[in-house]
Each structure stands twice: as C-alpha cells, then as structure tokens.
Design a protein. Sequence first.
Length: 365
Amino acid sequence: MGCGGDRLKILFHFVIPSGGMETLNRHRFWALLDGGSDSAFHYCFPGAGLGNAAGIPVFVGHGPDELRRALFSDQYDALVVTTVFEHLGLVRELGYRNPVVFEIQGFGSVERAREQMALARPHVEQFADAVMVPPAPHLIGLAKEMWPRKPLYTMPVPFDLKRFRYRPKGASFPPIVAWIGRIEANKNWREFLLAGREILSRTGNVRLMMFADLSLAPEAERAEFGRALHGLGLAPHTELYSNVRNRMMPDFLSAVSDSEGALLATSRVESVHYGILEAMACRCPVVTSDSDGVRQSVIDGRTGLYYQLGSPAEAARAVLRLLEDPALRRKVTEEALRHLERHFSPERFRTSFLGMLKDLGVRGP
C-alpha cells in the first residue's frame, strides 16, 4: 500500500488545464481510479479545462503557498511535475520527500524541445527521481541524450472508450471537415484553412468546423486568424467553437462521422494528439501530417491517412479520398477503433505507470 493508507495517491502538477494535457490528466485519473488508486491535480493557473473536471480533485493557484497547500493536502505517495522544471527544486524546498517524476509534455517543435530540455537538465539531475515521456520518438531521443543516467520511462497514453465514444446523430449533409487545436504556429491552423479552401473549390459544398481554446491564443495570432479566414473567403463556410466542454465533443465528432466527413490534423510536431484519438473513438476518419507522435495512433492507409506537411493540396486530396470512397472510410474507421482498443487501453497505462512507481520504491495498491 502507499504511505497515505490503503489506496495509492498521486499528485500531478502542470501549468494550466487546457487542451490535450487536461484531457490526458482526465484519462489518467479514470485509469488510476478504476485500478484502485487516487490522483489529484494542481494547476498554476485556471483554464477552460476546469469545466471538464467534475468529480476530479483539482487545486488551482500560483506561488509557493498554493503549491504547498496542494502538496500537503493529502499524503501523496509520488508527485509528477509536467513541463515546469523550475518547480522541481521548489517542491523539495517545501519539504516534499517522496519520489518526484519529471514529465516531458508540451515542448512543441524539436528545436524548442531541445532548448527547453537543456534548460531543464540541471533541475532534473538534482531534484527528480525519474523522467517520463510520451511515446514520441523525438522526445524519447532527446531525453536519452539529456539524462543518460536518469531512469527514463516511456508511458503509454490512456483512452477510456467507456467514457468517450460514438453517439449516433443521423445522416446529414454537407460533409464536415473538422480541426482541433490552438490558434498558434505549431498546430498549423493556416494549413487547415488553405486545405479547406482547396476542398471547397473541388466539392463546392462542405462545412469546416474548428475547435480551439481562443483564450490561449496571443492577440496578434487571433487577429491574423480572423484576417485569413475572411481573406480566403472561408468565413461563410466555417463554424468556430471555443472551449467546448469535453462531454459535448462526442456529439460533435459523431456528427462529423455521420456527415461522412473527416478530421484534418495539421500539426507540425505532436507528442500526443488527443483530438485524433477522440475522432477515432467516434468513428470519424482522420487525415494527419506525419508529426512524429501521431505515429502511435495513425498508421497510413490503415487507421487513417497521412499527407506531406506543408502541402495543403495534398491534405485536401487525402480528405477528398475519404469523402468520396465509402469503402475506404469504413476500413480506416473500423481499424482505427480496434487500434485504439488494443494500444490505448487504460489498463496498459495503469500497468506501466504503477510499474514505474514500484521501481521508485512506491508500493502499489
């Protein structure tokens, strides 16, 4: 058992509850809970994802006092610090003595990831007991390079199909082409708009649907997005949804599926793209750039289609293949769902995560 009683207790620490990181934490909470372990989450700042946290213990607050309050709100057997390496020393200064794992997420491009890990290097060496990375080749390679003597764990990504799944909405027309991300450079929204224009020029009748957390977009980026949307003539064809509650996303993505549409993911680099996993769960076929971390979910021609990053015309052609070929749509959506069940199960994550903690001296539930 853990030090806090019969149930193992884990605290996860991150900057803000938004996007894929908030989704990942929610699926981790469910996976651990179903296996008899408890987890809680501390965020430095509030974010749109707090609306998805019903029933999940969450602390929000910036500064040492707020972090101390979260750290010692219970007897946590281990702490996972995600991205904010500057806080590794702080949690030790505040008196936390149990294992601390540094998790790499959200570092963006390969160049930025290398830069951030170089800054993190001395903090991790001195204050972390292990390093945890998602199954993204560029992050695994960089972590091995930066911390060759530090225990390194590649952690499977959990996805709970009992809690997020297809909900039939009924056939609709025209087809919907969806996009999920932030309005920022790495998510590559410009390429989606250019591909959308190309699809419209060929079909004449398609709906574009974009889901984004606009609160996180810099003002200049939001303004540029608005100019591009109108300048490309896409405003009448585009529906923009900001900060949709996650409990509603199965309805939206199932509607995309039932319209015989697709999700188009345009990221430059990804470690985990939960939008892709959510689309797969809702039988919505996926076209994506080959952005490193997506390789764990999308196998070209089997569970989705790739296009060459930087070629919106190729992205448009791949989307049109799915829109025009019912047999191909059926093949990739069925195989994607089987792939999700086999490789993203909560049980797989739970086994690996608890195995890591056991290696670090934490006894399981």
